[in-house]
Design a protein around this ligand. Structure first.
Ligand code: ATP
Length: 278
């Protein structure tokens, strides 16, 4: 990790494209603290995510990154702090309620229905968008069928976009890990999220698969206009993809800035090199 970090820090010094500018805040995390019994997973962390940006959350193992995503998508409820989303302070909510407000996520370990096909897995991402339930479909077959066709059309668009036509009928349990990650991204996209949370989208991938996934993340951000927050251990990938990076360490915010700024921050370098804390 430290070698990869050093390489990335060097490459961050190379000439770069002009920084993109984002003004509108989509979500802000204010003074969040989260404990599990005696374990403080997050301590007084604040940062924001701007509309349209790719925001990375990085840090060594156990830094509190996944806990933070779980707070943002309503899976964990912090003991302290608040979340403001699209201009409103958010009430305590569950993940399905957060999803209805446009927050979708993928998981560190792929969470798909392994026996179901790619197409059916992605369709499950449309469930929150469906107005008519199964009972309604039984009673009024015509309109329900028309609605289903619209959802299928949208799903087909995503299948084309992520170039997974050839595996549309394949049970996802039979797919290589890299493709399963892509199907999970497709399912999250099927929810038409405003904010897409990606927990280690490149974990377990080879170089080629990482390049593909990086390209898809950039394309999703560019073509769908989706704001993305991602956790990633591959610092090179983080430096290439993200507009801004927040760094956590032992549950605290260590740094926040452009990839170039954080990669030169001595506190961040020390954290990755394992320099002991006072
Ligand atoms: N459900 C839980 N119950 C108890 N402790 C937890 C729970 N979830 C997280 N923790 C603890 O909170 C701390 C932060 O964990 P978290 O998984 O958020 O870190 P992380 O930065 O995502 O780590 P990694 O990079 O290894 O995935 C760790 O000490 C972890 O053991």
């Amino acid at each position: 990790m430290s070698e990869a970090y050093a390489d990335a820090a060097v490459s961050a010094g190379a000439p770069q494209a002009p920084a993109r500018v984002f003004t509108e805040t989509l979500l802000s995390v204010d003074d969040i603290s989260l404990s599990f019994g005696g374990v403080k997973a997050i301590s007084n962390v604040s940062f924001d995510i701007k509309q349209g940006e790719i925001r990375a959350i990085i840090g060594p193992n156990g830094a509190g990154k996944t806990s933070m995503l779980n707070v943002i998508n309503g899976f964990y409820h912090p003991q302290q702090g608040r979340i403001t989303y699209r201009g409103k302070v958010r009430k305590k909510m569950r993940p399905n309620e957060a999803a209805k407000t446009g927050i979708a996520r993928t998981f560190q370990n792929v969470a798909l229905f392994k026996g179901m096909s790619t197409l059916d897995n992605i369709m499950t991402g449309r469930l929150l968008k469906m107005k008519r339930n199964f009972f309604w479909q039984a009673l009024y077959w015509g309109p329900a069928k028309a609605e289903e066709l619209q959802h299928r059309e949208y799903v087909e668009h995503i299948i084309d976009f992520l170039e997974i036509q050839s595996i549309r009928r394949t049970p996802v349990g039979r797919l290589p890990y890299g493709l399963q990650k892509r199907v999970e991204l497709a399912r999250a996209l099927a929810m038409e999220p405003h904010l897409l949370l990606l927990d280690e989208p490149m974990a377990g991938m080879n170089v080629e698969e990482k390049e593909d996934m990086s390209r898809f993340i950039l394309d999703v951000n560019d073509e769908f206009g989706t704001t993305i927050a991602l956790i990633e251990h591959d610092i090179g990938v983080v430096m290439d993809l993200s507009d801004r990076v927040v760094v956590l360490d032992y549950g605290r915010k260590l740094a926040d800035g452009t990839p170039d700024e954080v990669s030169r921050d001595q506190k961040v370098i020390d954290a990755y090199l394992g320099v002991p804390h006072e």
